[in-house]
Design a protein around this ligand. Structure first.
Ligand code: ADP
Ligand code: MG
Length: 685
């Protein structure tokens, strides 16, 4: 136990009652108190002359008291205290209501640092909402006051004082843990100094230095923790030692096309992992249509020929069924048994699948996340393929490992993100990238139009359908919601059915339908029995109907860019020129910019980066659900430069001292172990 673990109630000025309030703010101990970073600052280092500031403006002044206080009593139960002051040029009154006692805190001819709002009333200048302090040696340059997130019963002042008390007692017990070499290289502010200055900065420059130090500190520990988990997984979890991949290669040869170089490279990395006696924990990033699913399938064939079972988890039942159908088709000439496990199976069917699975009569099981749940027992699970859509955290992936005897794990993501972020969000995984699309893919023509173009679009769709193509129409919500002014899918369906697309076979698909119904609708669309599929975003991921060449997206402004890109990926999957039409009902600048990005880029990496930029931090994905410690001061997006530095440093650190045995690295090692202890026993040996 170190000093920073001391419970907050024992800090001067706290006690049990306030401790309960602080708990609501997530502050339980000294460490959490010290790292309770102000959400903003009230900068009172700039003193204004009264003349310089506008009426109604809140400013700081340096004012001398030039007379004695007077009290007015305009009504019963009301007093107005007035203290005359000057800034040397302009005279004014400090004003308080019903706080007459304050006059005893002022002395004539003394100078005070005052913060308040300038007003004019009755021909005189007044300063109201006054905060003040007598000028002294320490504060004469003014102060930057921390502004904390608060809870009822704890004022900003009280919280500030508690932090101050804590610092006055424990300042010297705040240990440094960043290795000296890194401290020196970046001329980092010492930890205790940085903590003091983040709460009570003497000036802007010091505040920025303190902040940067704490951001770097946070990223260093985060990245180190993730790297250690990854290392531990690979070192400790002895994986399965799979043999040569003869059938997998034969399958590859049997395909009517050649894999792209990028697919080959990634497959090579996967094979190497599978053959090594370490457990594979690999993320494959690749744009929609880059052929990830196929790569995963080849890996599963390899697992099967090595005597294991493979499991593939899809984010939706529709997609699971589709994978089941296409993989069954791919493998029809191979002696490999495939099973499908989804929630909508009848009990008898489900039981049959489970029995076969247990007996080893199913080689490859495809399903939703249901397939890694309790009661699903594999005979010999060797490879799990998951889709990033599940948003598994570090911890869940560890649980997954326990399903078999450390099966290899392959995570697929179609929402590619910049490497710097991937290293954090998937910091415990090795990363492979498929950065190339199969040849011959035609660029999807993308148009962003307003609602006024609806008729033209619908007649275009009509024409395409006459010539044999199919079309997706996407609407964001299924139930009427006036507030959002979005046409519900049901309404839209009725409308189009009765008007623009009267004679066209059209069906509606949404997430609240029964699975069997969804499947049937999907397969009718796939077979070409229906020409238009009106749908909510349930078609977002993976759905593969090569003959569909138009996707029309209503209220496109309501979708994130990455999501639009996913949706667009539903077309352009066959030989026909394809079109993505974005109906943008909003005229705001960011929406227009987003539409512009969609029109000008077809690269998922570029789009996701733009998405981050336009949406701002936090919205893209909560980091919490990924199971990594919460960031208290650093921001993954706005502080990305510092993040990059931290990643470089950690890589070097682990190269130099992989086990963190050196003296200089003991402190940071302990810090990381503490920080990550909620993720299970990380031992770092
Ligand atoms: P992803 O999962 O990355 O979106 P898929 O694996 O579903 O992509 O592949 C999209 C389509 O492209 C599928 O129909 C697949 O059979 C086909 N495909 C995959 N790899 C190639 C390739 N190298 N050449 C041609 N077509 C390919
Ligand atoms: Mg896929």
């Amino acid at each position: 136990m170190n000093d920073l673990d001391i419970e907050v109630q024992y800090i001067k000025g706290v006690g049990p009652k306030r401790a309960r309030l602080l708990k609501k703010l997530g502050i339980n101990n000294l460490q959490e108190l010290l790292y309770y970073i102000p959400k903003s600052y009230d900068d009172r280092t700039i003193f204004k002359k009264i003349d310089e500031c506008h009426i109604g403006e809140k400013s700081s002044f340096r004012l001398r008291v030039i007379g004695s206080a007077t009290t007015l009593r305009p009504k019963r139960n009301m007093s107005i205290l007035k203290i005359p002051v000057t800034d040397g040029m302009t005279n004014a009154y400090l004003i308080w209501f019903n706080q007459e006692y304050i006059k005893f805190q002022f002395e004539s001819n003394k100078t005070y640092l005052v913060n308040g709002i300038k007003k004019v009333a009755g021909g005189e200048i007044q300063i109201t909402n006054v905060k003040f302090e007598e000028e002294n040696e320490n504060n004469k340059n003014g102060e930057i006051i921390p502004v904390y997130g608060l809870t009822d019963g704890i004022s900003n002042k009280v919280l500030g004082n508690i932090v101050l008390n804590a610092l006055s007692v424990y300042y010297n017990s705040i240990p440094e843990f960043i290795p000296k070499s890194i401290m020196d290289k970046y001329k980092m502010m010492d930890r205790k100094e940085a903590i003091k200055n983040i709460h009570f900065p003497p000036n802007r420059d010091t505040l920025i230095r303190a902040k940067n130090r704490l951001i770097l500190e946070e990223f260093l520990t985060l990245q180190l923790g993730l790297s250690m988990i990854k290392k531990q997984n690979t070192d400790k979890n002895t994986g399965l030692n799979m043999g040569e991949e003869k059938i997998a290669l034969a399958f590859k040869e049997s395909l009517p096309f050649k894999l792209t170089n990028a697919q080959e490279n990634v497959l090579g990395e996967i094979f190497k992992d599978m053959k090594s006696d370490k457990q594979m924990n690999r993320l494959v990033q690749g744009d929609v249509g880059s052929g990830k699913t196929l790569v995963a399938l080849i890996a599963m064939i390899k697992a099967v020929e090595s005597g294991y079972q493979g499991a593939m988890m899809a984010p939706t039942e529709i997609l699971a069924s589709q994978h089941y159908a296409s993989i069954s088709n791919f493998l029809k000439d191979f002696d490999i048994n495939i099973g499908l496990l989804i929630g909508s199976l009848k009990k008898r069917e489900k039981d049959e699948v489970l029995t076969k699975l247990k007996d080893g009569d199913i080689d490859i099981l495809i399903g939703t996340h249901a397939l890694i749940q309790e009661g699903v027992d594999f005979k010999k699970l060797g490879l799990v393929v998951t889709d990033e859509q599940h948003r598994f955290g570090v911890k869940q992936r560890a649980d997954l490992s326990n399903k078999g005897n450390n099966p290899d794990i392959l995570v697929m993501t179609a929402t590619p993100i910049p490497r710097t972020l991937a290293l954090i969000l998937y910091g415990d995984l090795d990363i492979s990238i498929i950065d190339e699309l199969p040849p011959g893919r035609k660029e999807i023509e993308t148009y962003a139009v307003g609602l006024e173009a609806k008729d033209r679009i619908n007649s275009f769709i009509n024409k395409q359908i006459q010539s044999g193509r199919q079309c997706y129409i996407v609407c964001p919500l299924i139930e009427e919601s006036e507030k959002l002014d979005i046409k519900s899918a049901e309404e839209l369906y009725e409308d189009l059915k009765n008007n623009d697309f009267k004679d066209i076979a059209m069906e509606l698909l949404h997430g609240k339908m029964k699975s069997v119904d969804k499947d049937e609708i999907m397969s009718r669309f796939k077979n070409g029995e229906t020409s238009i599929l009106i749908s909510t975003t349930v078609i977002e991921v993976g759905v593969d109907v090569p003959n569909a060449n138009i996707i029309l997206i209503y209220n496109a402004e309501r979708f994130g860019l990455a999501q639009l890109h996913q949706l667009r990926g539903r077309v352009g999957r066959g030989e026909h020129q394809s079109y993505c039409i974005l109906l943008n009902a909003s005229n705001n600048k960011i929406s227009r910019e987003r539409m512009r990005v969609m029109q000008s880029s077809s690269d998922g990496f570029v789009i996701s980066e733009k998405d981050l930029e336009l949406r701002g931090p936090g919205e893209f994905f909560g980091t919490r659900q990924h199971g990594i410690p919460e960031l208290k001061i650093a921001n993954l997006f706005t502080d990305m430069k510092i993040l990059k530095l931290a990643q470089g440093e950690i890589e070097e650190l682990l190269d130099r001292d992989p086990q963190l045995r050196e003296n200089e690295n003991q402190a940071i090692k302990m810090e990381v172990i503490n920080k990550f202890n909620n993720l299970g026993n990380i031992s770092f040996n």
